[in-house]
Design a protein around this ligand. Structure first.
Ligand code: UDP
Length: 503
């Protein structure tokens, strides 16, 4: 019997798909890739996630839980060269950087991992690698090993198509002024933008431009691309992307709701170490009426300038609606901000607002029935999470492709209202000024959370998309079929490679 089991296990190993996942260490990229690796394991693949120590710790618990449930998943830890780049131990994530200099050191440390990672690719002999779009060099690694590389993009098809169009046609150049609008060429819908809304490295060529060109170029050289999106959300752009790039892509989202079904999984995702033991926000939300609370969060990286925090605080207070607001502290040791302390105290007393410092269990909060809408910086994961929860949005993009995602939410899907930011600024260069005034904040909060017809229609459309998001990941749904088809394709590739090698 023992030898029978050993043989069966060997046969299983031969047939089992062995996939390596290489996430880029920033929450908006790492969280969805870890969820994707877990999905692969839940569909029979053997999944290994490569990460440095401090990053691995942020998701270790969920991986161990999955492993103990019988899924073939693990983390392969590699050391981060903290000494060599002059960083303290444990600072290994883009989220940890508080200055451009630190950001440079962390990025440099990440780039130094290349040789170690290539060695691992070689030693672990995967059948396929799924790597973040920020690692364009992995295309060549995969070619050397004779295996497919899947390009993992952590934003929308829409934003990739806009980016493609802008880099190709440069429609923002030669306009008379920055307030003049241009139409983004080649899209199925008429989408307008002003030059300052274009991502900085696409607006004017700088040293980052070449870096991004290489990343996008690596997509076309990859076996295919993986998108954390779903067909029903942006099928026009899924199609356009395929015709523009001419490569296969698999749409397999929303991955977060697919793998994080229960409350514990939702709470354990991301930076759990930053959460309080006894969640007071839950009692607070439980005391609120359904759909009466606005959730305000600017993702994992952005800190707003103090003047902007003040405007936002006044805007929320004057809107008259209840809110939960997640505020990132730039530096744990910074002097307590007396304005915000005073504001927090006042909001607690009149039960109008609840502040969560640094990190919130976003998935859990968004699914709470008391939440009625979200203010978002238009990071793709936040948009998907809001859509999955059936919530309309107030869009407040800051940097990168966030202003493109805003157009998808407001102009294409019509499930959000723009707060009116008209400049795309790298989050570390935001300056000291407020970009958005309190009266504009009041206006959009009242529109979204009040009883306006426009708000009601947005909410209705968001709910419909939420239903579609639930169906797409069920057996027979688009995302479900795409994932099973992808695993089937990769297995077929493995078998034909083995047959060729066997002669
Ligand atoms: N997130 C969270 N709690 C926070 C801030 C962010 O759980 O307090 C999660 C959020 O749910 C999302 C990710 O971090 O999954 C942020 O990704 P997104 O693409 O929205 O924005 P980014 O942080 O990359 O700007």
């Amino acid at each position: 019997i023992t030898s029978y089991i050993a043989q069966a296990m060997k046969a299983q190993c031969r047939n089992q798909l062995n996939v390596l996942f290489l996430p880029y260490p920033t929450p908006g990229h790492m969280i969805p890739m870890v969820d994707t690796a877990r999905l692969f394991a839940k569909h029979g693949a053997s999944a290994t996630i490569i990460a440095t120590q401090a990053n691995a710790l942020t998701f270790q618990k969920v991986i161990e839980d999955d492993f103990s449930c019988g899924y073939d998943i693990r983390t392969q830890v590699i050391p981060f060269p903290a000494d060599q780049v002059g960083l303290p131990d444990g600072v290994e994530n883009i989220k940890d950087s508080t200055t451009p200099e630190m950001l440079g050191q962390i990025s440099h440390g990440i780039s130094m991992l290349k040789d170690q990672i290539e060695l691992l690719f070689h030693d672990l002999q995967p059948d396929c690698i799924v790597t973040d779009f920020c690692y364009p060099w992995t295309v060549e690694s995969a070619t050397k090993l004779g295996i497919p590389r899947l390009f993992f993009y952590s934003s929308s098809y829409f934003s990739n198509c806009v980016s493609h169009s802008i880099r190709k046609h440069r429609p923002h150049e030669n306009l008379v002024s920055d307030t003049h609008k241009f139409i983004i060429p080649g899209l199925p819908q008429r989408i307008e933008m002003t030059p300052p809304q274009v991502a900085e490295w696409e607006r004017t060529k700088n040293e980052t431009t070449g870096y991004f060109d290489a990343m996008f170029e690596s997509e076309t050289k990859s076996y295919g691309a993986l998108y954390n999106s779903f067909h029903e959300l942006e099928s026009d752009y899924e199609q356009l992307h395929q015709s523009l790039l001419g490569i296969k892509s698999w749409t397999i989202g929303p991955v977060s709701s697919w793998v994080n079904k229960d409350d514990e999984q939702k709470a354990n995702r991301g930076h759990k170490e930053d959460l309080e033991e006894e969640p007071q926000w839950l009692n607070w939300l439980n005391s609120k009426q359904n759909e009466s609370v606005l959730y305000v969060c600017f993702g994992s990286l952005v800190w707003l300038p103090h003047a902007q925090l003040v405007e936002l605080a006044h805007g929320l207070e004057h809107s008259g609606h209840s809110f939960i607001w997640v505020i990132r502290k730039k530096d744990e040791n910074e002097n307590e901000d007396s304005f915000l302390q005073e504001f927090e105290k006042r909001m607690k007393e009149n039960k109008k607002g609840f502040i969560i410092w640094n990190w919130a269990p976003q998935l859990l909060i968004l699914d709470h029935p008391a939440i009625g809408g979200m203010v978002t910086h238009c990071g793709w994961n936040s948009i998907l999470e809001s859509v999955s929860a059936g919530l309309p949005m107030i869009t407040w993009p800051i940097f990168a492709e966030q202003s493109y995602n805003e157009k998808l939410v407001v102009d294409v899907l019509k499930i959000g209202v723009s707060v009116g930011v008209n400049e795309n600024t790298f989050w570390m260069s935001l300056g000291d000024e407020a970009m958005v005034r309190r009266e504009d904040i009041v206006k959009v909060v009242m529109l979204l959370m009040g009883s306006s017809q426009e708000g009601k229609e947005m909410r209705k459309r968001a709910r419909k998309l939420s239903d579609a998001a639930k169906r797409t990941i069920e057996e027979g749904g688009h995302s479900y079929n795409n994932l099973t088809q992808l695993i089937y394709d990769l297995k077929s590739l493995k078998i034909s490679k083995a047959l060729t090698e066997a002669g």
